[in-house]
Design a protein around this ligand. Structure first.
Ligand SMILES: C[S@@+](CC[C@H](N)C(=O)[O-])C[C@H]1O[C@@H](n2cnc3c(N)ncnc32)[C@H](O)[C@@H]1O
Length: 360
């Protein structure tokens, strides 16, 4: 188990390993990971995930620094609350030999207790918010007027708590409804991350936005505004689903390894592909690049300006081998390789970048 140790809450000391090898997924996979069968592409139903939420969830604000010097606060479900959901839902039947889903719940519980620990192709860190996701949301804010997401297809790859997509949703739900149909898709290795963190965060973002104002005023038992809790009721689920229709927002959630992502089932290529803190491990960089490349540029793509692919990352991931240099080299060295341009950077402390990737 590797302790990643530098997410938003925990910015620790790091050490460096060298970068070498070529850019094929198989050649980069270490012997230990070869034995692991990666989780396959699976779609999680939003309706099922909504139904499995407890009657109340708690959250805390997370602050996104903006380029104009201001801040934006978005809600994020508390980890302890997700842990409580798992414990209370599974307290009666936690024997993993009886049901595979129990084993799944037990392993999710294990990682909720140690959310910074990465276990390759088992749990990849999505329960916590990593710093570069805030950089990416801040960058999206800075280009807001140049790139209107409404009417577009958006994919966040390795979304975890999905701060960049929450920013996009916040923007949509804070504007008047539009006729354009916007598709926002979330991908994470772990279905439990989507269920326990991503989807609750989406609902919280909606609930605190202008789009939910009528619902908030209609609540029979409004939550104590100082408690930072949200009552999950049938009415809330209905109002949320109605708002999605009003705003023309279509949400889908996919789990599984990048190698297995099924672009055909997800509906084809995207106009905006986002990912943050996903290039930390050399052996998974080639499959990430193959996936985002496919997601950005289908064979029939004729308009080169019709997509934007943004990758936010630390320059070096000490101890795991990935980082910007390895990523750029792999993008460039592929057949008909692409180009990487740094569009935002932080050069003090732990260096971080937001990069725009394009393919020929
Ligand atoms: C360190 S977390 C970052 C989460 C989030 N993007 C953030 O910045 O807060 C890395 C994410 O990459 C995804 N991931 C890592 N390796 C993966 C793989 N081989 N296949 C699919 N997803 C993977 C996991 O889903 C995980 O959420």
């Amino acid at each position: 188990m590797f302790k990643f140790n530098f997410d938003v809450e925990d910015d620790g000391e790091q050490s460096m390993v060298s970068l070498d090898g070529n850019c094929t997924a198989q050649n980069h996979r270490p012997a230990s990971a070869q034995a692991v069968v990666p989780d396959a592409f699976t779609e999680l139903s939003l309706a099922d995930a909504l139904d499995s939420l407890p009657s109340k969830i708690s959250y805390s604000p997370i602050t996104i620094p903006l380029a104009n010097g201001g801040n934006l606060s978005l809600p994020r479900r508390d980890l302890f609350d997700a842990r409580f959901q798992l414990i209370s839902h599974n307290a009666d039947d936690l024997d993993p030999s009886e049901q595979p889903s129990n084993a799944h719940a037990q392993s999710a519980l294990q990682f909720l207790n140690a959310p910074s620990d990465l276990v390759p192709l088992v749990y990849e860190g999505g329960l916590k918010t990593w710093e570069c996701s805030l950089d990416l949301a801040g960058y999206l804010d800075s280009i807001g007027s140049q790139f209107d997401v409404r009417g577009k297809r958006v994919l966040e790859v390795g979304c975890g708590t999905s701060i960049p997509s929450l920013y996009i949703l916040h923007r949509i739900f804070s504007s008047p409804p539009s006729q354009n149909q916007t598709h926002i898709h979330f991908q994470d290795y772990n279905a439990s991350v989507l269920e326990l963190m991503t989807i609750p965060n989406v609902i919280l973002t909606w609930y605190l936005s202008g789009a939910a104002e009528t619902y908030r005023m209609s609540e029979e038992e409004p939550p104590d505004s100082t408690a930072l809790e949200l009552n999950i009721s049938e009415n809330l689920r209905d109002a949320f689903q109605r708002s999605l229709m009003t705003y023309g927002v279509h949400l889908r959630f996919f789990s599984g390894s990048w190698d297995t992502f099924d672009l055909q089932k997800s509906g084809g290529r995207y106009n905006l592909v986002l990912t943050s803190e996903t290039i930390y491990r050399m052996e998974s960089i080639p499959s990430l690049i193959a996936m985002i490349r496919g997601a950005c540029s289908a064979k029939d793509l004729t308009d080169i300006d019709s997509y934007l692919c943004l990758v936010a990352a630390k320059v070096l991931y000490f101890g795991v081998g990935g980082g910007v240099a390895e990523f750029v080299r792999c993008v460039r060295d592929q057949d008909e390789g692409g180009t990487v341009e740094t569009v935002w950077e932080r050069t003090s402390g732990v260096e971080r970048r937001v990069m725009s990737v394009r393919w020929k």
